[in-house]
Design a binder for this molecule. Sequence first.
Ligand code: PFF
Length: 454
Amino acid sequence: MTSEDKNRAQFATRLGIIATTVGSAVGLGNIWRFPYEAGNNGGGAFLICYLLCIILLGIPVLCAEFAIGRTSRSNIFGAFHQLKASGKWHWMGYIGILASILILSFYSVVAGWTMEYMYQSIVGRLNFTEIDAFHNQFASFSSSNWRPILWTVLFLLCNYIIVVRGVKKGIEKMSNLMMPALFILLIIFCINSLMMPKAHEGLRFLFTPDFSKITPKVIVSALGQAFFSLSLGLGTMMTYGSYFSKDTRIVRSATITASLDTLVAILAGIIIFPAVFSFGMSPVQGPALVFEVLPSIFAQMPGAQIWSILFFFLLFLASLTSTISMSEVSIAFFTEEKKMSRAKASTINLIIVLCGGVLSALSFGYFSDKSFLGLCRLDFFSFFDFTSSNVLLPLGGMLISIFAGWILERSRLKDTLTNNGRIGVSTFPLLVFCLKYVAPLGIFLIFLFGIGFF
Ligand code: PFF
């Protein structure tokens, strides 16, 4: 063991590992992005593609990221170096930084919306009786020019303050408390939604797949959502894998993380869709969906204000644990590759992401009626989201699976997955098969399908 191994922080407890990896995975992706993607892409048809992507592609790639992280004890830049990969494998790191910057740029805007809704709940301004009022409220807020920017900046500053100090222990402790609290709240809201008059219509929409609705767009969106939700393809989970102790069971941790993450997304769907149908709304509303439906649900519950404050506060924390994990990718690049101090690296990251965040926030306001050379709308928000989630993350995931399946020595992969032979992993041959063939080919074919090749 090198001195670097000994000095590298490790998770304190088994619960800490799960809470922290789930802390990165669970966030706006589950509660905001999953319901709106499912709503836009046919409900059940989307869910089935999503689940297949998680099982066949997501879990194997998650195991690969954890394994590469732990065996190299390094982040995405150092890992390929450590594992003596020749050629251009370190380019993976550049895909990771680009993806993390693009995601942070639009994610922080939505996290800012969460802060605005927390604030509005605290001052008691989310107590409309008409559903339309929630729609108008979101439309006028998101299209205003300065408010969303203000919250985006505030959110990024919160993220900066935590990231610049590099507090790993703090994140572990916060996740240990926050994840169970969020989970309990979601269960309560689920029960509430299931008692709504048209709950069965919402459940049918989410759980009964209409196979005729499965189009290339639905499959590409499901793949992007799976990678986004599991924080895969940009090296975040690799970094967390590098903090695993030698006793951490990788396959088990990956399966638990993916299962809990998927459960939270499905719970969010069970909260949103019964309400959408009961309130006579359309499920196809895009990014606004959750911010119109959730406050309408709270407004009908006894003690509305408390639920609303609690929920938006926990969602804010869940967003923060996700953005902290993605910031680590570019900060690792500046500190380890460019030898900058952590403070300088975090500041550069902040400045770049602030610019991206402002462009994304203005996509709903100032840029909403502007076009690029008359060709397309200047929608930076959707462009950043699409490029990162549907292109860069699956591409990163495909390369990671190729690396783990074809380049990394098989004995090394086996040693790290079996904790040097101390535990049996009966799924090892299946996992290798998925990493060698299913994941790379699956992702590649979905890409071809998505660009209309077939
Ligand atoms: N998985 C997070 C979510 O669902 O909100 C988003 C995310 C976090 C994506 C970290 C990528 C990442 F590296």
